[in-house]
Every structure is written in C-alpha cells, then in structure tokens.
Design a protein around this ligand. Structure first.
Ligand SMILES: [Zn+2]
Length: 137
C-alpha cells in the first residue's frame, strides 16, 4: 500500500521548511494548537508539519512510498501505537488512518507533498526509487 513518509527531498522550496524527522519513516498529521488555522505559514508549524511515527520529530515534506508488505491493519496499529507512545489520545487513530490512506491512494508513488492544515498538495514528483533501501521492497 502507499503511505506517507518523511523526506528531505524538495526541502528548501519554502523559507519556513524544516526536516528533523528520519528519512523514510511513516508520518502523520498533528496539530498542537489552533494558531495555524488562519495562517498555516505563520509562526506556528501545526498547519504544515508531518510528524514521524518513530522519531516523533517533524518535517514539512513527505513522500508517497509503496510498502507492499504493510497492510491497512499494520498501519492502523503503527499509528495508534505511536500516538499512544507520544502521549496523544489514540482514539481517533483509526479515522485518521482511513482518511490518510484514502488521500494518499490518489497520489503517485514518489510524489512529494506538503500540507496545508488538513489538505495535502503535491510539491514535486520524484523517481519512485529515490529513497528506497537496497534489497528491500
Ligand atoms: Zn500550533
């Protein structure tokens, strides 16, 4: 299945870009406050950050990558466990997973996306093999 992952590719096209997450890790969208709702590119990063499920660090760019070995149930578990481990209420995890899976299913593998609050926009298209770990599918 196709999932969103942290990427440093296409960083720097916006002056407020940052990438602290780990390349290739699964990400999700989080909001820590409401300040971003009128100004996603204002002082608060909540409207544009993707959070790594493993590192808990953020990035403003995410790449659609293909994970043939991961099922929807696996992804739901990963998201729920990460939110739980980060101290978030994980009760919305399944709905969040469903929404993200549907959004990402419309995008090509290799698409590099940025976020505007709840919407994803394609910033760049890359070769689908970029970032692939050798000998892994
Ligand atoms: Zn915020």
């Amino acid at each position: 299945m196709k999932l969103l992952t942290a990427t440093a590719y296409a960083q720097g096209l916006r002056v407020d870009d940052f990438h602290w997450a780990v390349e290739g890790e699964l990400v999700t969208l989080r909001a820590f406050c409401d300040l971003h709702l009128d100004r996603p590119h204002g002082r608060c990063e909540c409207g544009r950050v993707f959070i790594g499920l493993g590192s808990y660090y953020g990035t403003t760019t995410a790449m659609v990558r293909s994970f043939p070995g991961i099922t929807e149930a696996d992804y739901r578990d990963a998201l729920r466990n990460s939110l739980d481990a980060q101290g978030w209420d994980a009760c919305g995890a399944d709905a969040e997973a469903t929404r993200l899976i549907a959004e990402v299913s419309r995008l090509p593998v290799g698409a590099i996306v940025e976020r505007f609050v709840d919407d994803l926009a394609v910033r760049a298209l890359s070769d689908a093999d970029i970032g692939r770990v050798p000998d892994r599918r």
